[in-house]
Write a new protein. Structure first.
Length: 210
């Protein structure tokens, strides 16, 4: 299955993508993780992306699409993949189609803005391996430490409330129209946010028929 997850920043796309990836045996292609790795390594693309991300703006299409196309060409994507955080705009979606990158389903996780703002305030990200946790919904075993590598957990600049509000404005203006784009292609499915991660996974699996 070739799947795109849609939803506002903090809707739980990354968490659900990880669960679905294990369940279906296909890789998750997270543009956020690819970009954060590039920013941490200080690559030319990473430095270019950093200024955009920290101000809550979208990274330019040519940077994103180039990274994604390279990743999808790798052998582990042959049987399908989950795109998390891409496409974010109609031009990106059109560029994917133009390059022959087809998807089967675009699944939108519906969450209201205030829930997103409250949720992001509790998110913590590992400085070393970029794993994410949440102080309420998905707490680390030891406070302030990553379960996987023991790295320090921090609040990312783009999770601060003022940046989240800016990101939500961008989402509603530029990314939300993708729902209509994929609905017109007959590929959109939507699920309502549930109180917990497991409950959300259940409604997603039902929507996808897996």
């Amino acid at each position: 299955m070739k799947l795109i997850l849609l939803g506002a920043p903090g809707a739980g796309k990354g968490t659900q993508a990880e669960i679905l990836s294990k369940k279906m045996g296909i890789p998750t292609i997270s543009t956020g993780n690819i970009l954060r790795a590039a920013m941490k390594e200080g690559t030319p693309v990473g430095l270019q992306a950093k200024a955009y991300v920290e101000s809550g703006k979208l990274v330019p299409d040519e940077v994103i699409i180039g990274i994604v196309e390279e990743r999808l060409a790798q052998p582990d994507c042959a049987n399908g993949y989950i795109l998390d955080g891409m496409p974010r705009t109609i031009p990106q979606a059109e560029a994917l189609l133009a390059r022959g990158i087809e998807i089967d389903t675009a699944l939108s996780i519906e969450v209201d803005d205030q829930t997103i703002i409250d949720r992001m305030a509790g998110r913590r990200t590992c400085k070393d391996c970029s794993a994410t946790f949440h102080v309420v919904n998905n707490p680390p075993k030891a406070e302030g430490k990553c379960d996987f590598c023991g790295g320090e957990l921090t609040v990312r600049k783009d999770d601060a409330p003022e940046t989240v509000r800016a990101r939500l404005e961008v989402y509603h203006a530029e990314t939300e129209p993708l729902k209509d784009f994929y609905a017109n292609l007959g590929k959109l499915k939507t699920v309502e946010n549930q109180p917990g991660i497991e409950a959300t996974t259940v409604v997603i699996c039902k929507a996808l028929g897996i």
